[in-house]
Design a protein around this ligand. Structure first.
Ligand SMILES: Nc1ncnc2c1ncn2[C@@H]1O[C@H](COP(=O)(O)OP(=O)(O)OP(=O)(O)O)[C@@H](O)[C@H]1O
Length: 479
């Protein structure tokens, strides 16, 4: 996608020591000897992690200094922070113009939402939709400014969002579809692609799932190539890059790099035109909430903004996307855990509640529909949350209501595979919690219990790849 991947290893070529770099992190590259705060050779995004190397995607090839030992520093993602702050400032000034001028007062409870009672008939693209999904879609299509899709776990929230997008595209709407995380956005892209929707996925290619790269803006720009010139320039740059690798003389190298810079500038100009074209032609633009503040969308407004997993998103991040449209659909489940608000003051002043929860409280069923058929869990697992949180409204679909581990191929019935839910109480077993050096909690005894159970499942024939072990603490994962 026009980025340069550089792979870094330890100078001895050994396995890397424990570190905290993760894929998608923003890092800067510096000479190893450079002082703290000194300028970097370049900034990139971590693309791949291996035991003995870290691969980083750079926009440009760092100029000089690659021949001596280097270090990578993880940097705070200031852009995200700045984008959220900008949205907040814009809101605090009042939104009197722009696509969202009429929507903002509705979202703050200053103006009632317009609700149409008329059922909107539609022919579904997905013929398997259940009654609650169809009802929700019809309500979403008839909404004038706001609709909340309430999707408890495994009820097909994303399936429903995808159908809404398809129906809206059919109606001729231009849609901005977002979620807080890259993975949730990619999930929607993957499900839309088979329908041949004109879509584009914005975001750094190093952060996207390989299977959606074809839909990435960068890929479409490279492919679309509205300018033959940009292609020629890239060819020329490739040749020059080859020369650069072979060049020995310092001056020659410098000259080649200078030429590469000029060419790259020219190519970028051409590409900008191509970017505008791709976004203009797309019926659906997909990006993370913070990605929606990209300057590439500056002059684009949307008929509809859809936010998936809205109840897990920070309200401020939602606003970045919401300010770009006149109508919105938020999909989520305010009865699951909201995002952690780290500032006690922000929490006290109201940001402890998500936008979704606030709107559900303000307008309730007037603008909301709940999905009630669940396609993931045995009904005994579902029953607890259904009773405690969802007014006993959830029904387990027949394909999962009674499914057992021992129904899987080659899995035997045993004391480990028979229970649908097994709680192991380790109180009084001398399994004490500890804190690691970063104050994260771990409990070795509990880890042993989980591993022993997983072993028993494997002995009964469950495939290791079918077992997931989750824990809320990072230290427990490392343990
Ligand atoms: N009408 C349906 N008929 C059959 N299967 C369905 C239907 N709707 C959804 N599913 C299946 O249920 C599962 C959950 O769907 P989906 O990922 O859309 O749900 P979700 O509510 O977004 O999930 P999550 O709980 O992770 O947010 C998927 O495997 C999907 O294929």
């Amino acid at each position: 996608m026009g980025k340069t991947l550089l792979e870094f290893q330890s100078t001895k070529g050994d396995v890397l020591p424990a570190h905290k770099f993760g894929t998608h992190d923003v890092v800067v590259l510096k000479p190893n000897k450079a002082d703290v705060g000194s300028p970097s050779l370049g900034q990139g995004v971590v693309y791949r992690l291996k035991d003995s190397s870290i691969t980083v995607a750079f926009e440009d090839i760092p100029e000089d200094g690659l021949n001596s030992p280097l270090r990578l520093e993880k940097v705070a993602n200031e852009i995200t922070f700045r984008r959220m702050k900008d949205a907040l400032i814009q809101l605090s000034k009042g939104v009197h113009k722009g696509p969202a001028a009429d929507l903002v007062p509705v979202l703050f409870g200053e103006k009632s939402p317009t609700v149409s009672k008329k059922e909107v008939p539609f022919t579904p693209f997905n013929s398997n939709l259940d009654h609650s999904q169809r009802n929700a879609i019809s309500k979403a299509l008839s909404s004038k400014n706001l609709f909340l899709l309430h999707g408890p776990p495994g009820t097909g929230k994303t399936t429903t969002v995808v159908e809404i997008i398809l129906q809206e595209v059919k109606r001729g709407s231009k849609i901005l579809a977002c979620a807080a995380s890259n993975i949730a956005v990619d999930n929607i892209v993957e499900r839309l692609v088979p329908h041949r929707v004109k879509l584009v996925r914005l975001g750094h290619p190093a952060r996207l799932l390989p299977q959606v790269l074809e839909s990435a803006l960068d890929a479409q720009v490279l492919r679309g190539d509205n300018s033959a010139l940009a292609k020629d320039i890239r060819k020329e740059m490739k040749a020059l890059n080859g020369k650069l690798l072979k060049a020995k003389d310092r001056n020659t190298k410098r000259d080649i790099r200078k030429e590469l810079r000029t060419l790259s500038k020219e190519e970028r100009k051409r590409q900008q035109l191509a970017v505008t074209d791709v976004i203009k032609n797309a019926d659906v633009v997909l990006t993370t909430l913070t990605g929606a503040s990209s300057y590439k969308l500056d002059s684009t407004s949307f008929d509809l903004v859809i936010i998936d997993e809205a109840a897990q998103a920070l309200e401020i991040a939602c606003w970045i996307a919401l300010l770009k449209g006149s109508r919105c659909i938020l999909a989520g489940d305010h009865l699951q855990l909201p995002p952690t608000i780290q500032s006690a003051e922000a929490e006290r002043k109201g940001l402890g509640r998500t936008l979704f929860e606030r709107l559900a409280g303000l307008y309730g069923d007037e603008v909301m529909a709940m999905l009630t058929v669940q396609y993931r869990m045995h009904e005994l697992i579902m029953d607890y949350s259904s009773k405690e949180l969802y007014d006993s409204k959830l029904k387990a679909h027949s394909s999962v209501a009674g499914h057992m581990l021992y129904d899987l191929d080659n899995v035997q019935r045993s004391s480990s595979t028979e229970p649908t839910l097994l709680l192991v109480d380790i109180a009084g077993c001398d399994m004490e919690e500890k804190k690691d050096e970063e104050d994260s909690t771990l409990n070795e005894g509990e880890a042993d219990v989980a591993i022993a159970h997983a072993r028993r499942l494997i002995q009964s024939g469950v495939l290791p790849s079918d077992i997931g072990i989750i824990t809320p603490y990072a230290a427990q994962v490392r343990d």
